[in-house]
Design a protein around this ligand. Structure first.
Ligand code: HMG
Ligand code: MG
Length: 309
């Protein structure tokens, strides 16, 4: 097991993009402040996509402007999704120093999610990444539907390798491998990661991004950790899903990941109590329970202790 693990928090973006009630900008910023106070250093704060496609993140300029004013340590990194040159220009104007491009290993998911074929998406991102690097930004990438697609079902590992290599050759500092609809299982994860490593991708440039739709996320993360991958994407409270991936439910919860890692002796720098406080407040603002198991156990424990007083 690695001694230190980096948590890449996607709640404000991957989490909130899926909420039907739009959280006011000030609440989003309050959430991000809470995440910072809990010790999380890498946060995806919004998405510079077409607001008609993702209405919940239409306030991307305002969110970015506000988070840049938050008090934070020097090593904190804010990132945001960009789907094209227009998104990159908006992110640049908003002062982002890091952006993330995203596409799937599946042709149909690309058509539904970014209105482009795989080939067109790769051509677009080649230009976007070159330009972002020229502007001095760091660029992360996502490949989704790595373990299966809501439209095409099984995705051959060769297809995952082909898109992953094309993306990482663009000069990304990290590629996050997404189980967008949460279908992956541990043996499959081991197989796919092994194939990617054999194809030349390196552990230090890989991150894993699991959705917990079928309850396999923590088991899958354990496999990734055992294979030497040390960046885990997760969302506060287990928020999330992709509006263009039917059946996708929450991201693996940051609380659940941090709790498991602490128990395994891996350092994350995250204060679990503060994180729980942030997610609990957020659940109140969103008006519904969040799926994190640790959070539910914590709230249940507090309620039981209060009853026994
Ligand atoms: P399009 O409709 O093909 O774009 O959308 P277009 O180039 O034809 O332009 C149409 C209109 O969109 C124009 O406006 C553009 O200006 C505008 P109009 O002239 O009609 O008024 N437009 C934009 N506006 C704001 N920001 C932009 C932008 N670009 C064009 N950046 C596009 C193409 C990619 C923009 C659209 O499909 C889109 O926004 N898609 C994003 C969908 C999305 O965010 N999905 C969720 C992401 S989650 C995910 O993918 C998985 C991940 O979480 C990992 C995992 O879980 O596995 C990353
Ligand atoms: Mg996701």
């Amino acid at each position: 097991m690695p001694k230190e693990v980096s948590i890449y928090e996607v709640g404000p973006r991957d989490g909130l993009q899926n909420e039907t009630a739009v959280l006011p900008t000030a609440r989003k910023v309050e959430m991000i402040r809470g995440l910072l106070e809990s010790g999380i250093k890498r946060i995806e704060v919004t998405s510079f996509v077409n607001p008609r496609w993702i209405p919940a993140l239409a306030d991307h300029m305002e969110v970015a402007a506000a988070v840049h004013k938050l008090e934070r340590a020097d090593d904190v990194v804010f990132s945001a999704l960009v789907p094209n040159m227009r998104g990159l220009d908006s992110a640049t104007r908003a002062g982002m120093k890091e952006v993330a491009i995203f596409m799937a290993a599946s042709q149909t998911h690309n058509l539904k999610n970014i209105n482009k074929s795989t080939e067109k998406a790769l051509a677009t991102y080649t230009e976007v990444v070159r330009e972002a690097l020229d502007r001095g930004m760091r660029v992360r990438g996502y490949i989704s539907c790595v373990y299966g697609c809501p439209y095409e079902g099984n995705i051959p590992v060769e297809q995952v390798i082909e898109v992953s290599k094309a993306l990482s050759d663009m000069g990304l500092y990290e590629l996050s491998l997404g189980d967008t609809v949460g279908v992956g299982t541990p043996r499959q994860v081991e197989h796919v990661l092994q194939q990617l490593l054999e194809a030349g991708l390196t552990r230090d440039k890989m991150a894993v991004h699991f959705h917990d739709t079928r309850g396999t996320a923590l088991a899958n993360i354990t496999v990734a950790l055992q294979m030497g991958i040390t960046t885990i994407d997760s969302a506060a409270g287990g928020l999330g899903g992709c509006p263009y991936a039917p059946g996708a439910s929450g991201n693996v919860a940051s609380e659940d990941v941090v709790y498991m890692l602490q128990g395994m002796g891996c350092t994350t720098g995250v204060d679990l109590d503060r994180l729980v406080a942030t997610s609990s407040r957020l659940a109140g603002h969103l008006g519904h329970e969040l799926p994190s198991k640790y959070l539910k156990a914590h709230i249940g424990h507090c309620t039981r202790s209060m009853r026994s007083v």
